[in-house]
Design a protein around this ligand. Structure first.
Ligand code: NMX
Ligand code: MLT
Length: 425
């Protein structure tokens, strides 16, 4: 067995040398160009970031360290985190070691609860979650060691410490926020015997006699971990981290980006849309009713949440994994049936509408109806679940970035006047 840190200790010097030499040998080679449309259009497709944890080919979807996400869906999030950070699949002993390590760090400091309790009762759970992590910044090992004069080559080690401390606390923090925000009673303490996601499911306090809710949480926590480096949450975390702000600052910042309706909040918006359909038609609508409802949404200037993607051009394999889970555990649930029907109708509507480059469902289109099925009905909370999982990816990217000693991000911005002149020239 090699533990997470032992694996990194071996790999990092090799990786550092490899990248250093590669960049030196190829420094002036061009890998991307920028058009005017891209400069004004969210830099879509500009290849100016490097991220080795995962990649999203438009015609395949998420691949983590060479493994398509569909092949990882039976794994524990702890194992996927190990894979993301190191590029190696852990053996059983290494997973057990990581699970034990995370458990030893799982207690959320009391001052965090006091901070969250001081927030207005109607605060969004994402604001509470992000603030909860930020409040713990005083615990940062990286910042302490940096202040003491740590060497650049040692940055990764204290970043691993910070990331493990954050990740370990997320289930208790996020579950505590759920119970506090939605008046579910006292907090449920972590159980050292359970796996990370299974314990999160238990601490939420959802009744789970079949154990399928815990299975859903394990799947949920695997599917949302990472989606290469350019999505808003990962890129924000990377950008903030590149200033050597510690992981508490960087992960909290990334989550603030995830809280936007075009990004992670779409899972909340999506279930709201599906419930609107159910309420309006008193159950599963006919194809024609649903088609009209989709058109009404588009004609009122809104997007259809859960559909479209900046990179993907096929059905998101993460959607497919959720759909497969739903077909197994709740095929007769009306909300699942509506989600299923939306998949049959909406891509055609979006194609006819002619704007969205990708008319297919993304990860957010099916997750909500499964959570709802198990009684997690407060959909304002759904993005927190996404965030707990995405923290694994953000932390992995941050550790790799520190290991490689990456530079502070500072792309050049130009004025519209400059662009006009450049186009003329
Ligand atoms: N419904 C209606 N219009 C859409 C949709 C949609 N689902 N998707 C894209 N469009 C529009 C988009 O608003 C844009 O319109 P305009 O030219 O008027 O600005 C046009 O189609 C071209 O957009 P694209 O280039 O296809 O998409 P872009 O890369 O800009 O944005 C999303 C990607 C994901 C932000 C966009 O597809 C969207 O808003 N989807 C709905 C929200 C959603 O599901 N977000 C979750 C993404 C996944 N995640 O978890 O983060
Ligand atoms: C994600 O998982 O981050 C989303 O699918 C958005 C993206 O990749 O741009």
């Amino acid at each position: 067995m090699a533990t997470l840190k032992q694996t990194l200790t071996k790999r990092i010097p090799v990786l550092r040398d490899e990248i250093k030499n590669f960049v030196k040998a190829n420094a002036t080679k061009v890998i991307s160009e920028v058009t005017v449309a891209q400069a004004y259009g969210g830099m879509r497709g500009v290849k100016a970031l490097v991220c080795d944890t995962s990649v999203v080919p438009p015609d395949q979807g998420l691949i983590i360290r060479g493994k398509p996400i569909g092949t990882l869906k039976g794994q524990l999030p702890e194992a996927v985190f190990f894979l993301l950070v190191t590029g190696e699949s852990p053996d059983d002993a290494a997973i057990e070691d990581l699970k034990k390590d995370l458990k030893s760090r799982a207690q959320v400091p009391a001052y965090v609860w006091k901070t969250l309790e001081a927030m207005p009762k109607d605060s969004h759970p994402m604001a509470m979650f992000s603030l909860g992590i930020l409040a713990m910044e005083r615990e940062s090992v990286f910042r302490k060691k940096y202040d003491e004069g740590m060497q650049k080559t040692d940055f990764w080690d204290s970043t691993v410490e910070d990331c493990l401390n954050i990740i370990a606390k997320l289930p208790a923090l996020a579950a505590g926020i759920y119970r506090m925000r939605f008046n579910k009673g006292v907090r449920i303490e972590p159980d050292a015997k359970l796996d990370w996601a299974g314990d999160y499911a238990r601490m939420l306090g959802i009744d789970d006699p079949s154990g399928e809710f815990a299975n859903l949480m394990r799947l949920y926590m695997v599917l949302h971990t990472d989606h290469e480096g350019g999505n808003v949450s990962a890129h924000t975390c990377h950008c903030v981290g590149s200033a050597l702000s510690d992981a508490y600052y960087a992960v909290s910042a990334g989550l603030n980006g995830l809280a936007g309706p075009l990004h992670g909040l779409a899972n909340q918006m999506c279930l709201r849309w599906v419930i609107m359909v159910k309420d309006k038609f008193g159950g599963v609508p006919s194809d024609e009713q649903l088609r009209q409802f989709a058109w009404d949404t588009l004609n009122s200037g809104q997007v259809i949440p859960g559909y479209g993607h900046a990179v993907l051009r096929v059905t998101d394999p993460r959607y497919a994994a959720f759909h497969e889970f739903g077909a197994r555990v709740c095929a007769d649930d009306e909300l699942f049936q509506i989600v299923d029907k939306v998949f049959n109708i909406v891509p055609g509507v979006l194609k006819e509408h002619g704007k969205a480059k990708d008319p297919w469902p993304n990860v957010d289109a099916a997750s909500g109806c499964l959570l709802y099925h198990f009684g997690l009905t407060e959909f304002e909370y759904y993005t927190v679940l996404f965030g707990v999982s995405r923290a694994l990816g953000m932390c992995s990217q941050l550790i790799v970035s520190r290991a490689l000693g990456e530079a502070i991000e500072r792309p050049k911005s130009v004025t519209t006047e400059w662009v006009k002149q450049a186009v003329k020239g």
